[in-house]
Design a protein around this ligand. Structure first.
Ligand code: EPZ
Length: 417
């Protein structure tokens, strides 16, 4: 099992290019099931979850190729299976995204329930309720969802919680349904808009993506297309915090600063200097870090996927910051590892109280989930001495060569095989 070793105390300088967004590439790959024609994707990040999704599509008989330069080609002209097996789904919950497209095109799907993960129970009740509103029958037995439909019909679907993959699944189910579907209280993450762009390139009729109300008019058939995956706003935010926490000066390129306005605003508030560009932004960190509260909410508010990284920064704050996590019920696993590095963090339910003012010291720590691992790398960059992070397979699910990118900015960091 790989580990990552970081020696802290180096200010990061230079330019880093952001990879494609995992959370935009995953639904895009699922959407290739909606047509028999060839789909070409660009800017796919070469990370574990993408390779898992390729394996899943191949297990269904889809011709799927993904290259390290981010190009992918898919052709689902003759699927041999309409099932997402437990063995694959348990390693990546986002496999549930094949449910909508399989139902839309084949009126049948058998998908393992994803089960929970480190950060929460992760139910998919809203996905299933929406599909049933469109006329599907979803039976949950033996840990699988068996979904069938005579036909999918447009419906008015009000989701009581904002769900990103729920919105994506239902959008993909609706594009081939008869009539109009309205998704109310929809997620408006950039990844949802990116998927809508791809579906429109395939001939779908969708409007309102990026707002809380999305309207989809079903069409008979969808065609192949070429589609570019948007840059990863969470990777961009992670590098922004790396610059801030090491008092460095980093240009973060190939990303859209508008996709992380809430994060950059918060970094400004805590004392980092942000300058925006066309195709990226620059972050200059300073020794004085102000402790500022933050609460995670659905996009466009401060993202839950940046909460762990922000907590690492707040350990350097000049006072006390209260971090409130409203999206997931158990997303403070990184706190106990940061405490091993000397951080003063008290977790009370959905809130973590972070008292700054004490320098971190390097330690052996353990990653628990994707963004928690990123938080530990960031803390290691700032800590005195050496930090060794175990279970970095969590990191590899969503970050492409993070240690190489950090080293390119002057960090003393290496992977230990
Ligand atoms: C997506 O997960 C992302 N994953 C997550 O990123 C991200 O943290 C999350 O959205 C929130 O932004 C992908 O896009 C592949 P949700 P998702 O459905 O869609 C509840 C990462 O680090 N809920 O928006 O699974 C749920 O329990 C990952 O890359 C229901 O109750 O999250 C949670 O409390 C981690 N019923 C809230 O909604 C449902 O049917 C938001 O979850 C669905 C969700």
């Amino acid at each position: 099992m790989d580990k990552i070793r970081v020696v802290g105390g180096k200010a990061l300088h230079g330019r880093v290019e952001v990879s494609g967004a995992k959370n935009a590439a995953l639904p895009a790959m699922a959407a290739t099931l909606l047509t028999a024609e060839t789909i070409r994707l660009e800017n796919i990040p070469y990370v574990k979850d993408i390779l898992t999704t390729r394996t899943l599509l191949e297990s269904m008989g889809v011709a799927a190729s993904v290259s390290e330069d981010g190009a992918g080609e898919f052709k689902a002209d003759a699927p041999t299976s309409l099932e997402a097996p437990y063995e694959l789904v348990k390693t990546m919950r986002a496999s549930v995204l094949v449910l909508g497209p399989l139902l839309a095109r084949f009126k049948k799907a058998r998908v393992s329930l994803p089960g929970g993960c480190a950060i929460g129970a992760r139910p998919i009740n809203l996905h299933l309720q929406g599909l049933e509103k469109m006329g599907a029958k979803c039976e949950v037995t033996h840990g699988y969802v068996d979904a069938t439909a005579e036909a999918l019909r447009g419906a008015y679907i009000q989701m009581d919680t904002v769900t990103v993959t729920g919105t994506e699944n239902l959008m993909m189910a609706a594009v081939l349904a008869e009539g109009v579907t309205v998704l109310d209280n929809a997620a408006c993450e950039p990844e949802v808009e990116n998927l809508a762009d791809m579906l429109r390139a395939m001939g779908a009729e969708i409007e309102g993506d990026g707002t809380r109300t999305i309207r989809i008019r079903g069409v008979k058939r969808l065609k192949g297309c070429r589609h570019k995956v948007i840059p990863d706003r969470i990777e961009a935010g992670t590098f922004a915090i790396a610059a801030a926490i090491t008092q460095g000066d980093v240009e973060i390129a190939n990303c859209n600063p508008k996709h992380l306005t809430s994060v950059l605003t918060q970094l400004n508030l805590v004392g980092a200097e942000i300058s925006l560009g066309e195709n990226g932004f620059r972050v200059r960190g300073h020794a004085a870090v102000s402790s500022k509260n933050v609460t995670t909410f659905p996009y466009p508010a401060f993202p839950t996927d940046m909460q762990a990284q922000y907590m690492a920064l707040m350990t350097q704050g000049d006072g006390t910051a209260i971090i409130t996590e409203t999206i997931f019920e158990n997303r403070f696993m990184h706190a106990q590892e940061l405490r091993r590095m000397g951080a003063d963090i008290v977790v009370e339910g959905r809130q973590a109280v972070v008292r700054g003012g004490k320098p971190l010291t390097g330690a052996k720590v353990q990653a628990s989930d994707l963004r928690a691992s990123a938080s530990l790398v960031l803390a290691g960059l700032a800590a005195q001495g050496e930090t060794v992070i175990d279970r970095v397979y969590h990191l590899d699910r969503g970050y492409c060569r993070i240690e190489a990118k950090m080293a390119g900015l002057g960090a003393e960091i290496e992977r230990i095989h």
